[in-house]
Ligand binder design. Structure first.
Ligand code: C2E
Ligand code: CA
Ligand code: CA
Length: 277
């Protein structure tokens, strides 16, 4: 069996090797891009579904590779997580986003949402870093929402639970991204200081296709109401979805119906225009 294993290894090695080299190259490029501050932060408006008013934004990182063009976050974020580059990347995004949000002039205080990867939550320096970023940017803690993944809420997540409690103590808000798509124990939801559940796009897609398809989105809204949490829908693409989400009791959302994620100058322009519908 051992020999067979070796043969198998020999057979797959060239392809694996090529893939690995490409990955390492990309990781090296990413490291350079982070060091040279070449990553950009785009902002997607969070909108009051009743009147289209902008109530905040989600910060989403963008990487324009000098030769390969824009590379999707779904490709380089997992790579950044594997290599540990997610720490400097994540801090850069947090810093940029908080500074931008602190400068937004608007009748109501705007919220800024920043994605945190599990690896960042494991980082002992995270809480201090968030505190200093708030201090240096001048952004009020309650204006910052940190979006975490559902996998952090699984059974043996004691480090995560403690870390989230420390973050919460700073006064920031915590949202669970793509709620209902990963594993989490509903019975343990109350053990975490969560403020917001985000309805994932696939559930939003189904919402205008009858009660059965809408059941998942409805279940999240009902759960949020029962637990006293806010709920935010992502990936709203048409007016029918928006109307149906409002009917279910969801009051805040984001999606191409309102705006794609845009660079900061364009977001500032959207702000000055007021409502997005
Ligand atoms: P996510 O956090 O679930 O972000 C929402 C994604 O849905 C974004 O993709 C956004 O552009 C896209 N989206 C928003 N509205 C619509 C819509 O109406 N239709 C469609 N088709 N898509 C919509 P994006 O920017 O490509 O990011 C993908 C994922 O990469 C994010 O998913 C997030 O998990 C991760 N990511 C992005 N930026 C960061 C970051 O700064 N840090 C970390 N840790 N992860 C990030
Ligand atoms: Ca998110
Ligand atoms: Ca999502």
């Amino acid at each position: 069996a051992k020999r067979q294993g070796r043969n198998r290894f020999a057979y797959f090695a060239p392809a694996m090797h090529a893939g690995l080299v490409e990955k390492l190259d990309l990781a090296e490029d990413l490291r350079g891009a982070i060091e040279r501050h070449e990553l950009e932060v785009y902002y997607q408006p969070l909108v009051d579904l009743d009147d289209g008013a902008i109530v905040g934004a989600e910060a989403l990182v963008r990487w324009a590779h000098p030769e390969k063009g824009y590379i999707a976050p779904d490709r380089f974020i997992p790579l950044a997580e594997e290599t540990g580059l997610i720490l400097p990347l994540g801090y850069e995004v947090l810093n940029t986003a908080c500074r931008a949000a602190a400068g937004w002039r608007h009748p109501v205080p705007l919220r800024i949402s920043v994605n945190l990867s599990p690896r960042q939550v494991q980082d002992p320096a995270l809480v201090l870093y968030v505190r200093q970023t708030l201090l240096h940017s001048g952004l009020p803690a309650e204006s910052l929402t940190l979006e975490i993944t559902e996998s952090l809420l699984s059974e043996d997540a004691e480090v995560a639970a403690n870390r989230l409690a420390e973050l919460k103590a700073l006064g920031v808000r915590l949202a669970v991204d793509d709620f209902g798509t990963g594993y989490s124990s509903l019975s343990r939801l109350h053990a975490f200081p969560i403020d917001i559940l985000k309805i994932p796009k696939p559930f939003v897609d189904g919402v205008a296709h009858g009660p059965e398809q809408a059941a998942l989105a409805r279940a999240i809204v009902d759960l949020a109401v029962a637990l006293g949490l806010d709920v935010v829908a992502e990936g709203i693409e048409d007016a029918a979805q928006c109307a149906e989400l409002r009917r279910l009791g969801c009051t805040v959302g984001q999606g191409f119906l309102f705006s794609r994620p845009v660079p900061r100058p364009q977001f500032d322009k959207l702000l000055s225009q007021g409502a997005l519908v």
